[in-house]
Design a protein. Structure first.
Ligand SMILES: Cc1cc2nc3c(=O)[nH]c(=O)nc-3n(C[C@H](O)[C@H](O)[C@H](O)COP(=O)(O)OP(=O)(O)OC[C@H]3O[C@@H](n4cnc5c(N)ncnc54)[C@H](O)[C@@H]3O)c2cc1C
Length: 435
């Protein structure tokens, strides 16, 4: 078993020219080269802005190359909870945005001819308890009534047409969701941003940012590992890797580790038995498993096996926990070899919602909570459009996530170091046990 991200074995990541000096002045400095940052850079550069994407590691190094490649409808929170938090009208707009975000990925993949195995294969949520399954009918009914979107509830006795596992109480299918190879997708987005005119600088960690005016023009001075740069605007797209360069945002984001294993390539017949319709699958627990076949028929099986962000120890522990979890779902995989294990860091806001807009004068989009492939792409584009409209005038783009309250830790008891994560992990396990 290799401690390595399987997706990276399938892609040639574009690399930036290490000798190219940083520009002295740009219109927009984008921090982070994942889906959010690259989607924003592509949109801004297409509108003629001079854009520098500053990445502390390499292109797509963060969650964007490491995830399950599930391009999902909806948000992490259920629709009834959303309606209770934001009311019907805003929730309707949020749900519509989640559907539009998948179309946004599909459109970019088409326009830029990104070979990333994007396919609308649909997702399947499976119920770990009878009361979870009972909730599906209510959810489907609310979603049909409020958002005019159809989900199909699958009874336990029909579930074998969707999944080769007998442990679940039923399921719910959304045909709109899609799957992709995320590393190929982020590589394609980077190439698209470069084609549009954006410049990407790898190994260029932003260390500090301060307000600075230049010839009377208000803006920002960014101190990076490769020297200073002046930018008229800053877009922070650092998600679960948000650090001390943007302290106000760091305090609002909880970084949570998520881990994935992939098996060896499975025989075609076994792969079809495990997932007859090639769905993106996840279960109904708080401490959930998510899984799918890769385009070459490996089982990719992920979960929040440890709550802390990835390091060598949490990755190793997670491989065994996930293997046991996978065999619990699919006893057929008892003897399958595990070829790869890796981890990545998710970004959760304290209210488990995506947030976007401006904080301390800088633009940002974060908080995707495991639903970031589509939403990060979409928010990158939408916030870039907002920046363009504020610069040149014109209508602000519709974005229901801008302007919602963005809570920090209760009583402000959080400096960016998630000391409470073991407690949160234990709490979620307890909730799964009792609810
Ligand atoms: C294991 C795992 C599985 C997941 N599965 C799914 C899934 O199946 N479906 C789904 O929708 N979502 C999934 N997600 C979530 C999804 O991957 C993320 O929400 C999404 O990739 C976030 O993209 P991003 O561009 O905002 O951030 P990232 O891709 O994390 O990029 C942030 C970048 O910022 C850089 N950076 C940070 N600080 C600085 C600095 N100071 N200077 C310069 N650069 C900096 C980092 O190096 C990093 O490359 C998963 C996440 C993980 C970790």
């Amino acid at each position: 078993m290799l401690e390595h991200n399987y997706w990276l074995t399938t892609v040639d990541m574009p690399a930036s020219d290490a000798a190219r000096p940083l520009p002295e002045v740009v219109d927009v400095a984008v921090i982070g080269s994942g889906f959010t940052g690259l989607s924003a850079a592509r949109t801004l550069a297409k509108r003629g802005a001079r854009v520098a994407v500053l990445e502390s590691e390499t292109i797509g190094w963060g969650a964007s190359s490491r995830n399950g490649g599930m391009v999902l409808t909806g948000m992490k929170l259920g629709v009834n909870k959303l309606i209770s938090m934001y009311g019907r009208e805003r929730t309707q707009r949020m749900y519509a945005a989640s559907l539009a975000s998948i179309a946004c990925v599909e459109q970019i993949v088409g326009e830029e001819a990104i070979a990333c195995d994007f396919a609308r294969s649909g997702h399947l949520e499976v119920a770990c308890k009878q009361n979870h399954f009972d909730g599906y009918a209510r959810q489907a009914e609310t979603i049909a009534r409020e958002f005019n979107h159809t989900l199909r509830v699958v009874q336990k006795n029909e579930l074998s047409s969707e999944i080769g596992s007998t442990i679940y109480y039923g399921g719910m299918v959304d045909e709109t969701s899609a799957g992709c190879n995320p590393a190929r997708y982020v590589a394609g987005l980077a190439r698209a941003a470069i084609k549009a005119g954006a410049e990407i600088f790898e190994h260029t960690r932003v260390r500090t940012i301060e307000r600075d005016s230049r010839n009377g023009d208000p803006g920002w001075k960014l101190w990076t590992a490769r020297g200073p740069l002046w930018a008229h605007e800053v877009f922070v797209a650092t998600s679960g890797y948000t650090g001390a360069a943007t302290p106000a945002l760091q305090k609002k984001i909880i970084p949570i580790g998520s881990f994935i294993i992939t098996t060896e390539v499975l025989p075609e017949k076994l792969a079809r038995e495990l997932s007859p319709r090639n769905r993106m699958i996840y279960d109904s627990k708080n401490y959930l498993y998510y899984y799918r076949l890769t385009p070459d028929n490996r089982m990719l099986f992920g979960g929040r096996a440890a709550f802390f962000p990835e390091n060598e120890k949490t990755i190793q522990q997670s491989a065994e926990i996930l293997r046991r979890g996978m065999i619990g779902v699919y006893p057929q995989l008892r003897d399958a070899q595990i070829d790869y294990v890796w981890g990545g860091t998710l970004d959760f806001a304290f209210d488990i919602m995506p947030h976007a807009g401006q904080l301390d004068g800088m633009y940002y989009a974060v908080g995707y909570a495991g639903h970031g492939v589509a939403m990060a792409t979409y928010q990158g584009q939408k916030i870039a459009e907002l920046m363009a409209s504020e610069h040149a005038g014109g209508d602000k783009p519709e974005n229901p996530f801008v302007g919602i309250p963005f809570p920090g830790a209760p009583l402000g008891l959080y400096s960016g170091k998630p000391w409470f994560l073991p407690l949160a992990g234990a709490w979620y396990k307890f909730l799964d046990w009792v609810s």
